[in-house]
Ligand binder design. Structure first.
Ligand code: KG4
Ligand code: ZN
Length: 344
């Protein structure tokens, strides 16, 4: 039997709607970005993001059905991100997804955004469990020990800003626009990462937590102090400090769990220097590193649809009254259901 799972993602400022089949193949994937709206504010404005999701969700649904060459009545289940994220933004996608599942009498699966980011790798590659999973994005920087679907042990996380947020704030301070990651990445390619000194916070603390907020302060102090600054060198030095902070803890997590595999996901995982450092870490630790293609690193509907498919295959879905949440609180697996979808 051919299965079609609809996935909806609206946890921040990207509206992602996708359809995957029973093998996790993407049949259609539509993404509406809002960077051009938020760039003038230097960061995501939650209320504006929610309003934009409401505008584009029906359009994105129509487009994804056309791409997947299917009718809405051919959809078998609806998966939607329920947290962590911006509450107003989450609410738009969840209300939309629940309306579809109620009106068509379909199973609803609430998806954790961080688990979806990690699972994005399975849309392209088959990675054996267990592995160390790093989610590095505009809202999160967290290291997990992942043993299966719904089995993610949090090993460490940022105690203040996320790594992507550090890039975005630095970019704003330098007048380089939003989002900051891609532009800092590009400028850094022609810069000297040792030119300016930035702190590596919590480097010697034994836990796997991280901190990035001091970097922004260091950057502003440096701009005020130096008369002439070479922007490429500044970006490269800043970027190196962010990535050193992350890789120091990532390496420790790999040692601690004697891991043989590492998955890196989230928007910042598309960073070119991060990809170089991941390669070196892989050689040093003799562990395989897997990173999704840039398109699947940033928020998208396909990673949500895929995660929904996996829960359904395990026989789980959620009650329609499942709630949204703003902060990560561990994964709560839904209720056991009886589904005819995966029999025979
Ligand atoms: O995963 P994502 O789309 O949304 C969140 O869940 O946060 O990540 C967006 C973040 C932004 O902070 C953006 O600046 C960062 O990812 N980003 C990058 C790059 N591309 C996007 N950071 C560094 N280098 C990049 N190439
Ligand atoms: Zn994300």
């Amino acid at each position: 039997m051919s299965i079609k799972i609809l996935g909806i993602e609206t946890s921040c400022d990207e509206t992602g709607v996708a359809i995957v089949d029973e093998n996790g193949k993407i049949l259609g994937d539509v993404l509406y970005i809002q960077d051009f709206i938020h760039s003038k504010f230097g960061g995501v404005v939650p209320e504006v993001a929610a309003r934009r999701h409401i505008e584009v969700l029906p359009v994105a649904l129509k487009e994804v059905l056309e791409k997947a060459k299917c009718e809405i009545r051919e959809i078998n289940a609806v998966a939607c991100t329920i947290g962590p994220g911006l509450m107003g933004a989450l609410l738009t996608g969840v209300s939309f997804a629940k309306s579809i599942s109620i009106s068509l009498n379909l199973h609803f699966i609430g998806i954790d955004h961080l688990e979806a980011h990690i699972n994005a790798i399975f849309l392209e590659k088959n990675v054996e469990y267990p592995f160390i999973g790093l989610v590095i994005s505009g809202g999160h920087t967290s290291i997990f020990f992942v043993e299966g679907i719904g089995k993610m042990e949090l090993l460490g996380k940022t105690l203040d800003d996320a790594a992507g947020e550090a890039f975005d704030k630095a970019s704003k301070a330098l007048g380089l626009g939003y989002p900051g990651g891609p532009v800092i990445d590009r400028l850094s390619r022609n810069g000297d990462p040792d030119r300016y000194k930035f702190p590596r916070a919590m480097e010697s603390s034994p836990d796997l937590n991280m901190s990035f907020s001091g970097l922004k302060t260091a950057l502003i102090t440096l701009i005020k102090k130096e008369n002439s600054i070479r922007i490429e060198d500044l970006c490269a030095s800043f970027q190196e400090a962010v990535l050193d902070t992350v890789f120091n803890k990532l390496k420790r997590a790999v040692e601690m769990k004697r891991a043989k595999r590492i998955v890196i996901a989230g928007g910042v995982a598309s960073n070119s220097r991060l990809r170089e450092k991941a390669k070196s870490l892989s050689e040093e630790m003799e562990a395989d590193v897997f990173i999704p293609s840039p398109r699947l690193c940033t928020d998208n509907g396909a990673m949500v649809a895929y995660t929904g498919l996996k829960y359904l295959q395990m026989g789980y879905a959620d009650s329609i009254d499942v709630d949204i949440y703003s902060r990560w609180k561990g994964i709560e697996i839904g209720k056991k259901i009886r589904t005819a979808l995966f029999k025979g």
